[in-house]
Design a protein around this ligand. Structure first.
Ligand code: SF4
Length: 411
């Protein structure tokens, strides 16, 4: 824990600037969904403006060789997590004891994982083993992509631009290195505020930049993946894919209203009739009970209700910050009292404008499974895209001292 605490103290911005200056490595930036709708707030654009194209252009002006979209990793997360949920549901139906238990909790929020490891280690078997989206992107870049561009993993530096002050500690976890242990999967994490400051310091006139596209390959993400940036989004994205995979039909109305909005907890049930060819094919229609906790305080209450047997769910999403990553500690502070609604609305709009709105429709996901990962939850996918958790955790987490990201982002 002491080593992890020391690592958290490291300021990665000078390290990133040094790498941009010396150009000794292939420099790759990836950006989380919530960054694009907040980065413009301190750079001359209004609140809730989707600045994706200008953000990509700014990262190129800073000197990155490739700019990729963490949305591609979010789509991969949905595939892995969705199939993990189905495996657990099949285990429940068949009364198997060798399959991890339900309810399954999401794993993409390091604030939540830090709480579980330190304060509720008994529920570790219930946490999805999926790495978070930016760590999945890091794993793919340092293996599959490194091979494609004919570079060793240690000749590539991956910089994640995140809304989160906990993602650096996540990237610093000892297990997150390449299978040959030659390189970290993600080298540096900077926040939305850091990127905004870098643009200002480097004299980049952000508001005047043209809109540019992400680089090909990991530059394509679906609307479902964009929803990861807000509370309820992981659940909505997962339901779109799980429903289609189990029924063999397309969910007609992809907007899943019961998990939308900014309420503290949301819950719903969805009944799915299995297709004879697909997962759960030997069962009657299955009713899946889901819940979403917005903020760590609500997650604690929900967990207590589950542990006391007052509530029965199959799948629970937890995001530690108010509103999810749109309200993360690395996002700009705002005097606008409606800021979370505006950022959330902007992400819903990113989703609605995408042609592809289901993770399993992503061409990136299809290419990765065809050429590299074989199928969701394959041995290869487990080796690269899944992880494990440590009771008491590699990082200290004091529940009595609310971390920065639990404070309202409204200044
Ligand atoms: Fe980080 Fe907060 Fe998002 Fe969790 S909800 S991943 S702590 S920004």
């Amino acid at each position: 824990p002491a080593a992890a605490a020391e690592k958290k103290e490291v300021d990665h911005i000078p390290l990133v600037l040094e790498e941009l200056k010396t150009k000794k490595k292939v420099l790759i930036a990836q950006t989380a969904p919530a960054v694009r709708i907040a980065i413009g707030e301190e750079l001359g654009l209004g609140p809730g403006v989707n600045a994706t194209g200008k953000m990509v252009a700014a990262l190129r002006r800073l000197g990155f060789d490739y700019v990729f979209d963490t949305l591609a990793g979010a789509d991969l997360t949905i595939m892995e997590e969705g199939f993990e949920l189905l495996e657990r549901l099949e285990g429940l139906v068949a009364r198997r004891t060798d399959v991890p238990p339900l309810p399954m909790f999401t794993s993409c929020c390091p604030g939540w994982i830090g709480f579980v490891e330190t304060c509720a280690p008994e529920i570790i078997p219930h946490i999805s083993t999926c790495k978070s989206p930016h760590m999945m992107v890091g794993a793919v870049l340092k293996t599959y992509f490194a091979e494609k561009i004919n570079r060793r993993p240690d000749e590539i530096s991956v910089v994640s631009v995140m809304p989160c002050v906990r993602k650096q500690a996540e990237a610093d976890r000892m297990m997150f290195h390449t299978p040959d242990a030659s390189a970290r999967e993600v080298d540096h994490v900077i926040t939305t505020k850091d990127l905004s400051k870098l643009c200002q310091e480097q004299g980049i006139d952000f508001a005047s930049l043209p809109d540019e596209e992400f680089d090909e390959f990991l530059g394509i993400g679906t609307g479902a993946a964009a929803l990861f940036g807000t509370t309820g989004g992981v659940m909505e994205a997962a339901l779109r894919t799980v429903y289609d995979v189990v029924t063999g039909e397309k969910l007609e109305r992809v907007n899943w209203d019961p998990v939308r909005g900014l309420e503290g907890t949301k819950e719903a049930s969805i009944t799915i009739a299995p297709n004879p060819e697909g997962p759960l094919h030997n069962t009657e229609p299955v009713t899946v009970n889901i819940a979403v906790a917005n903020g760590l305080g609500n997650a604690k209450k929900l967990l207590k209700a589950v542990q006391e047997g007052q509530k029965e769910y199959h799948f629970i999403e937890v995001m530690a910050c108010p509103g999810g990553c749109i309200g993360g500690g690395g996002q700009p502070r705002s005097k606008d009292k409606e800021i979370l609604q505006k950022r959330q609305g902007a992400l819903y709009s990113v989703d609605e404008r995408k042609v592809l709105r289901r993770s399993h429709e992503s061409p990136v996901v299809q290419q990765l499974y065809d050429e590299f990962l074989e199928r969701p939850n394959s041995h290869k996918a487990h080796e690269l895209l899944h992880t494990y958790y440590v009771p008491c955790g590699p990082e200290k987490f004091d529940i009595n001292a609310p971390p920065e990201e639990m404070v309202s982002p409204v200044a």
